[in-house]
Design a protein around this ligand. Structure first.
Ligand code: PBG
Length: 329
């Protein structure tokens, strides 16, 4: 049977039917908002390459989170900009580090807020790499212990979930073991499992002050042409105890999101990274793209590919549009 009996346009004609038969929905519960907390007071420092994103000191962070909650954003992931950096990133795992303080203040003030923390050394090391450095090499095994320490310190501060983004081998097992040993067997791990060595992280490195001071991250982050390898990374992280796995970036890797979902059918996050945000913002500022429509399309596409949750800098903006009944769906 075909045309003229079959006319797919029948269900497209009226808004009611388009809504009724829509296969994918983006809801605020699916979104996690990345935030940058900086040491100090009364700081709200705009990130030039990410319009609308700021480095916030704790006082401003608390204010901003109240507004997010009012808008219906209930989950954030925190990145820290510490007062000082050294070769081993020790400001990243001290009890009163910038993230640890922020987590405990946030959970104290807003117990229902879900707070994830990014676990990685690059924001805290003077060389900007995600691991311990020897000469030009990024050492894997000595890094694991530091990551585990950082994860435990975040859990002690009250983090609801920890998210290692370093791409060292074996970090999920090391973190799981350390969390369990410290009484945090109930704290889940969201592993940045298929994290590619991407040019799309450029603006983030301005925001977090975490650009590598020599070389690049290609010896630990994944090579962009690879797909089967992503499945092996995910399999390994799940075996080591990851509760949620992540594909990052999102838009250039939608095929990976779909393969991971089809293969493992596990909780899956996708990170709509800084460069993906910046591209849309820049084009929208020039009037070259209609921001709301393309954000809706991009986030819907990431969900349609198979992601359960999306880490995105657009979260507050989406919440505003939804609040005003202007979300296009
Ligand atoms: C830390 C980290 C990075 C991002 C998240 N965690 C940067 C990097 O690997 O260089 C990127 C996020 C973004 O671009 O929005 N390792």
């Amino acid at each position: 049977m075909g045309f003229p009996v079959i006319r797919p346009r029948r269900l497209r004609e009226k808004a009611g039917f388009r809504q009724m038969f829509k296969e994918t929905t983006v809801s605020l519960h699916d979104l996690i908002y990345p935030m940058f907390v900086i040491h100090g007071r009364k700081i709200k420092h705009p990130v030039d390459s990410m319009p609308g994103v700021y480095q916030l000191s704790l006082d401003h962070l608390l204010k901003e989170v109240r507004e997010l909650l009012e808008l219906g954003i209930h989950s954030i992931i925190l990145f820290g900009i510490p007062e000082s950096k050294d070769a081993l990133g020790s400001s990243g795992y001290e009890r009163h580090g910038v993230v640890q303080q922020a987590v405990s203040a946030l959970k104290d003030r807003y117990p229902k807020l879900t707070v994830l923390t990014d676990v990685c050394l690059c924001e805290y090391t003077d060389h900007g790499h995600c691991g311990v450095v020897e000469g030009e090499q990024i050492l894997n095994d000595p890094t694991l212990e530091l990551l585990a320490k950082m994860a435990v310190s975040h859990a002690e501060a009250g983090a609801d979930m920890v998210a290692p983004s370093d791409m060292m081998d074996g970090r999920v097992a090391a973190i799981r073991q350390a969390l369990d040993a410290h009484g945090f067997s109930q704290i889940p791990i969201m592993a940045y499992s298929a994290k590619y060595a991407s040019g799309f992280y450029g603006p983030f490195r301005d925001a977090a002050g975490s650009a590598p001071q020599f070389g690049d991250r290609r010896s630990y982050q994944m090579h962009p042409p690879n797909s089967d390898e992503a499945l092996r990374e995910v399999a390994q992280d799940l075996e080591e105890g990851a509760d949620v796995v992540m594909v990052k970036p999102a838009l250039p890797y939608l095929d990976i999101i779909r393969r991971v979902k089809d293969t493992f059918n596990c909780p899956l996050a996708a990170y709509n990274v800084s460069g993906e945000y910046t591209m849309i913002k820049a084009a929208a500022e020039r009037g070259w793209l209609e921001e709301k429509r393309v954000v809706w399309e991009a986030l819907t596409g990431i969900k349609r590919a198979g992601a359960d949750v999306i880490l995105t800098y657009f979260a507050p903006q989406v919440a505003c549009w939804m609040d005003k009944g202007k979300w296009p769906e």
